[in-house]
Design a protein around this ligand. Structure first.
Ligand code: KG4
Ligand code: ZN
Length: 336
């Protein structure tokens, strides 16, 4: 069985997965509470928390699977992209285990794994497809010819979609992580109350930019030039701002999905990443894909945010003989 370790950002996770992609055990320790008062992930705090949690998380995963270390036939770890200090903890743990157990070490691209969550959950062959990862660190569209052949079609030139949710939530006085907080408040708001910018929406380019949207929300709260931006006190105003912001993000995401499908001619779409947990996005995407006759896979909510189950993509690499030496290093930056 494959033991997967995930520590790219602020979730420490492990999963035990068999060769038929059946999940035997999975464990996730989130650090949301540690980063909440800073309104975002503090890298130093994240890496220290990973050090404390990694072994208990692996233990818990094995316990849930009613398995023990001798059952592990390969160890996989996400070594890119992510926070350097966070990645190091997972990679060091994975190397140590692979060495001690005398089993192969496999490297995982965390972003590709977000797409693969759809393969694990659907239990269907989803490739070839367009893969779309909308998370805290990435808004990236891929042309995925196979699980081992991902080509970047486009991504964000500034904030990722989840980052925009987090920063806007902070402006609105809502808690971290911002996505779930905005989604909740937006339910009682009018998405048409504010006409926020939808950058690049009509342009023939597969790029995203969300920094202007965040700034537009700021100016809707406090006039230009004011240094302090007090969160809106009126609850209906707050709900209208949240709903209008959320709809602006969704409109752009849907438009670029449409363009990516048209450009590639693919008829399957796989969506993952934390923002794909958003109910309004899921609903509107489902309607849109049904209308155009595209087969849609959205990862189940618990596999949208970071987890180790999606690291089952390592089975594909292992089968192709793509194993790593103990020299495996972390690659924090985004591949393009
Ligand atoms: O995939 P993920 O757990 O971590 C990264 O790889 O970045 O994504 C976390 C991001 C955060 O920015 C969070 O605010 C956003 O996903 N998120 C959501 C929702 N749940 C999480 N955004 C919108 N709506 C949600 N329900
Ligand atoms: Zn992620």
């Amino acid at each position: 069985m494959l033991l997967v370790i995930e520590s790219t950002c602020d979730e420490t996770a492990a999963a035990l997965i068999d060769e038929r992609l059946v999940v035997r055990g999975s464990s996730v320790a989130t650090q949301d509470a540690l980063h909440q008062r800073f309104g975002g992930v503090v890298p130093e705090i994240a890496s220290r928390a990973h050090v404390e949690r990694i072994l208990p998380v692996i233990d818990e995963c094995l316990r849930k699977a009613e398995a023990s270390l001798p059952d592990v036939s390969a160890v996989a770890v996400a070594n890119t992209p992510g926070l350097a200090g966070s990645l190091l903890v997972g990679v060091a743990a994975a190397k140590s285990l692979a060495l001690a157990l005398g089993v192969p070490l496999v490297a995982i691209n965390h972003i590709h794994a977000h797409v693969y969550a759809c393969r694990v959950a659907s239990r269907e062959d989803v490739f070839p497809c367009v893969g779309f990862v909308v998370s805290g660190g990435h808004s990236t569209l891929f042309d995925c010819a196979s699980p081992l052949d991902f080509r970047v079609l486009g991504g964000t030139i500034d904030d990722a979609a989840g980052e925009a949710f987090d920063k806007t939530a902070s402006l609105l006085g809502l808690s971290y992580p911002g996505g779930p907080a905005i989604e909740k408040v937006a339910r009682s708001g009018d998405p048409k109350a504010f006409r926020f910018p939808r950058t690049f929406i009509h342009e023939d380019r597969l790029e995203f930019s969300f920094s202007g949207l965040k700034t537009a929300v700021r100016y809707a709260i406090a006039p230009q030039g004011s240094e302090v931006v007090p969160p809106p006190a009126d609850s209906q105003l707050l709900a209208d701002l949240a709903a209008s912001f959320q709809q602006a993000v969704i409109d752009v995401l849907l438009a670029k999905v449409e363009l990516a499908l048209r450009r590639t001619g693919r008829d399957v779409l796989c969506v993952g990443g934390g923002v794909a947990a958003n109910g309004a996005f899921r609903e509107q995407l489902t309607v849109g894909m049904r209308r155009r006759g595209t087969r849609l896979h959205i990862a189940p909510r618990e596999l949208c945010t970071d987890n180790a189950v999606m690291g089952a993509i390592a089975w594909e690499r292992l089968r192709a003989g793509l194993v790593e030496s103990l020299e495996l290093d972390v690659v924090p930056g985004l591949e393009r």
